[in-house]
Write a protein that binds this ligand. Structure first.
Ligand code: ZN
Length: 165
C-alpha cells in the first residue's frame, strides 16, 4: 500500500480567521490568514508577519515574531520581501491521483491547544471542515492508530493517519 509521511511543526500557525476592526471598511470584519509570511528587517531586528485579508481584500499584517539580527548579512535583506508559507498544505486530490492510500502526519512540535479538525481544515484545502469531521467520526482519520473525537487535541510526537477510502 502506497503511503506518504509529512512532518509538521505546529508552532507558528495562527488562527485562520480573526475578528478585528478594519480601518478601510470602518467596521468589524473577519480577517483570514492567507498563509503568506513576510519578513522585514530594520537592520537590528527581523520582523515576521502573517498576512491576513478582510472580506473586501484589505490587508492586515499580524506580527508573529521578532528576531534579533546578529550578523551583517542580515542587513542585506532589508529591502527584500520574502514570502514563504510555513507549512505546506496537503494536496489530497493530487496525492490520491498518484495512488496514495495512507497519509501519515508526524507532529514534530505542537505549541498551544490545537484541535485536530481545525488544524486539518486549515492544512487540507481540498476538504471542508465538515468533511474532515465526518472522516474522523468514521475512523478514516485517526490519531496514534486510534479513533478519536473531532475535538481531540494534538500533542508533540503524535501521528495523524488519513486513510483514503
Ligand atoms: Zn476591510
Amino acid at each position: 500500500m502506497l503511503n506518504i509521511t509529512f512532518r509538521w511543526q505546529l508552532s507558528q500557525i495562527p488562527e485562520r480567521t480573526v475578528k478585528k476592526h478594519c480601518k478601510m471598511c470602518g467596521k468589524l470584519s473577519v480577517f483570514t490568514d492567507t498563509n503568506v509570511r513576510r519578513h522585514n528587517s530594520n537592520g537590528k531586528n527581523i520582523y515576521q508577519y502573517a498576512i491576513y485579508k478582510c472580506e473586501k481584500n484589505h490587508t492586515w499584517n499580524k506580527k508573529l515574531a521578532i528576531y534579533k539580527t546578529f550578523s551583517e548579512h542580515v542587513v542585506e535583506v532589508e529591502e527584500q520581501k520574502e514570502e514563504t508559507s510555513i507549512l505546506s498544505t496537503i494536496p489530497i486530490i493530487s496525492l490520491v491521483e498518484q495512488g496514495i492510500k495512507v497519509i501519515h502526519i508526524v507532529l514534530d512540535d505542537v505549541i498551544g491547544k490545537r484541535r485536530i479538525d481545525k488544524v486539518l481544515a486549515i492544512q487540507i484545502e481540498d476538504w471542508s471542515r465538515s468533511q474532515i469531521i465526518k472522516k474522523i467520526e468514521k475512523g478514516t482519520i485517526q490519531l496514534n492508530d486510534q479513533i478519536i473525537k473531532p475535538s481531540a487535541k494534538l500533542s508533540k510526537g503524535e501521528r495523524i493517519s488519513i486513510f483514503i477510502d
